[in-house]
Design a binder for this molecule. Structure first.
Ligand code: SF4
Length: 304
């Protein structure tokens, strides 16, 4: 329908303007997409007015105005499925390493005053944007800030965060050499008097996920780790059982993603076998990154 086409076009224009605002200078668009962009203009050149049904047929037949780079392998595009309501992301040229800090700072400034989720805005202490190296090769993606993160303004600083920090250090890395971000930038609000944290709703994830997409576009890590089912759902736009998917590589655009258990799960389930599963996932990540792995590292949590 023409209305849907216009909405999609407006959403695409708005998204491109956002990319430009944070420093993106080039966007890769394939030939088919360019033809699609010009297709709606062509009927205006026709001397005689056309019937509404004929116009509707033209619009319905036109492909989406902007599509991911067709030069990328098909399997990469087919794995990535943006959640409903999120405009498709164009594949953008990687930023130069020296341009990334400014682009990330601009994005952080924009996110820090975001008021798209009124109930979360009313409850939050601050927006918890992300932490680490904007040129990191490895990026961890979690679910949402909890009470500790909301208070301190940094992701993964509570008990689960301390365990994640240990895992990162055991990999021979640090919080400064990787990047850590969340699907949601604000703590999901809790009923008055309730303690603990709650899972973000699908609507909240859809609203906030564009910020994470922009973070990933800026960093362009070589490998990502999705921590828990919610992180996988937020990244890939649909629920995927983490017990079945963990340990099996996925692809977000052209970036390999290792799904694994959330550290909070390891705090609840102290079984050595579960720790070993997560550690095996991290060994796979290290191998993918070409990091040296010692015999000691290979042997962690093998007992039990
Ligand atoms: S959760 Fe995300 S989209 Fe919602 S108010 Fe916070 S920063 Fe904005």
């Amino acid at each position: 329908m023409p209305g849907e086409y216009d909405q999609l076009l407006e959403a695409t224009i708005e998204h491109l303007q956002q990319l430009k605002a944070h420093g993106t200078r080039f966007v890769t668009v394939d030939t088919a997409a360019l033809k699609a962009l010009t297709a709606p203009v062509a009927p205006a050149k026709a001397p005689a007015p056309r019937s509404l049904s004929a116009q509707a047929q033209t619009v319905a037949a036109a492909p989406a105005p902007v599509t991911p780079n067709t030069a990328a392998p098909v399997k990469e595009r087919s794995v990535f499925a943006p959640a409903a309501g999120i405009p498709p992301e164009p594949v953008i040229e990687p930023l130069a390493p020296e341009a990334k800090p400014a682009a990330m700072a601009e994005l952080r400034a924009r996110a820090s005053i975001c008021v798209k989720c009124p109930s979360l805005v009313a409850a939050r202490t601050q927006v918890v944007f992300g932490v680490g190296d904007v040129n990191a090769e490895l990026m961890f993606v979690g679910e949402a800030p909890g009470a500790d993160e909301d208070a301190q303004g940094e992701p993964f600083v509570g008990a689960a965060g301390q365990l994640l920090t240990k895992i990162i250090q055991t990999m021979g890395q640090s919080r400064e050499t990787v990047y850590i971000g969340n699907i949601l930038k604000c703590r999901p609000d809790m009923p008055p008097g309730a303690s603990g944290n709650r899972k973000p709703t699908p609507a909240e994830m859809r609203t906030c996920i564009p910020y994470l997409h922009e973070q990933i576009n800026i960093i362009r890590p070589r490998v990502m780790v999705a921590l828990g089912a919610t992180a996988v759902e937020g990244l890939f736009g649909k629920p995927i059982p983490i017990t079945k998917q963990r340990g099996n590589w996925m692809t977000y655009r052209d970036i390999p993603v290792m799904p694994t258990f959330h550290p909070a799960y390891l705090l609840r389930n102290q079984a050595m076998s579960e720790k070993r599963k997560v550690w095996e996932d991290m060994l796979a990540v290290m191998e993918r990154l070409g990091l040296e792995i010692s015999e000691k590292q290979r042997g962690y949590f093998l007992r039990g």
